[in-house]
Design a protein around this ligand. Structure first.
Ligand code: AMP
Length: 284
């Protein structure tokens, strides 16, 4: 595995590979890799000739009050995991490589970012889309691999690639969970064992909604969301920011009937850790 820190070098390698007709896959991450990230690598490995991963903790997508400074990092561990799972090129730019100066131009996400994560974290998706577009311009892949775990982010990246004619296919992969049901996240490392136990109310609520939809055949959106609240209310120390059943394309809340393929989005605080999760209704 090649490890590069310069955008120009990455472009050179990829340009040469593409010139030989090789298919290039790209997996952008913020590092502290877990099986969720590595599931994207596995899929990319199966579908492409050259697998490029980036590790970059993007300051543009963190508000000053957020966890940029303490975001977990383990570059050497990550490099070993990436290499052992088949990454060919690891791009690890530093902040000055990505932002030699404050960007004068950035991506405006539009209405898909008005709700949910975008409402709680103003400016977050402008930061995400700007860095993703920069990375796509540097790496020039055929396909980008994203996780459903960050559902709103995946929808926004798909919208950006389509609306701005980026010419990159977006593949979205299912959320990988721990055996207890908690979605894998680099931020889970912040949780004490006791907090981790309480955090299980989050996947518990999503499972309750899934069961109400698939087993009890409930279709009324409010009743489905209520089934999730029942679980969350049993763990009052989990501070729910939102729990919503939404149209997967517009991200607008369903007003009456839920449909197979709808998303249920949740964000909650457990102690000082903020977690997000979601399910696709009716997905196995
Ligand atoms: P991050 O390093 O958190 O920015 O995540 C990098 C990529 O990995 C994003 O596309 C995430 O959606 C994806 N990802 C993170 N956690 C998971 C997970 N548990 N399952 C699947 N994909 C994930």
């Amino acid at each position: 595995m090649k490890r590069l820190t310069r955008a120009r070098e990455v472009r050179e390698v990829v340009t040469a590979e593409r010139a030989q007709g090789r298919r290039v896959a790209f997996v952008p991450t913020m590092g502290y890799l877990h099986e969720g990230h590595l599931s994207l690598v596995e899929r990319a490995r199966a579908e492409a000739d050259l697998v490029v991963m980036s590790i970059f903790v993007n300051p543009l997508q963190f508000a000053p009050t957020e966890d940029l400074a303490r975001y977990p990092r383990d570059m050497e561990g990550d490099a070993l995991k990436a290499e052992s799972r088949g990454v060919d090129l690891l791009f690890v730019p530093d902040v000055t490589e990505m932002y030699p100066a404050t960007p004068r131009v950035s991506v405006t996400p539009g209405p898909l970012a008005d709700r949910w994560e975008g409402a709680v974290r103003p400016g977050h998706f402008a930061g995400v889309l700007t860095v993703v577009l920069k990375l796509l311009n540097i790496v020039q892949p055929h396909v980008i691999y994203m996780g459903r775990k960050d559902a709103q982010q995946a929808v926004l990246v798909e919208a950006m690639c389509e609306d701005l004619n980026v010419g990159v296919r977006v593949r979205v992969s299912p959320t990988v969970r721990d055996s207890d049901g908690l979605a894998l996240s680099s931020r889970n490392v912040y949780l004490s064992p006791e907090e981790r136990g309480r955090a299980l109310a989050i996947p518990g609520a999503l499972q309750a909604i899934q069961a109400a939809f698939t087993v009890a055949a409930i279709r009324d959106a409010d009743s489905l969301v209520a089934a999730g609240w029942e679980v969350l209310e049993r763990e009052p120390s989990v501070g729910v920011e939102y729990l919503a059943l939404v149209n997967p394309r517009t991200l607008e809340p369903r007003e009456s009937e839920a449909e197979t393929g709808d998303l249920v989005l949740v964000a909650a605080r457990v102690g000082s850790t903020r977690l997000i999760d979601n399910i696709v209704l009716g997905a196995t």
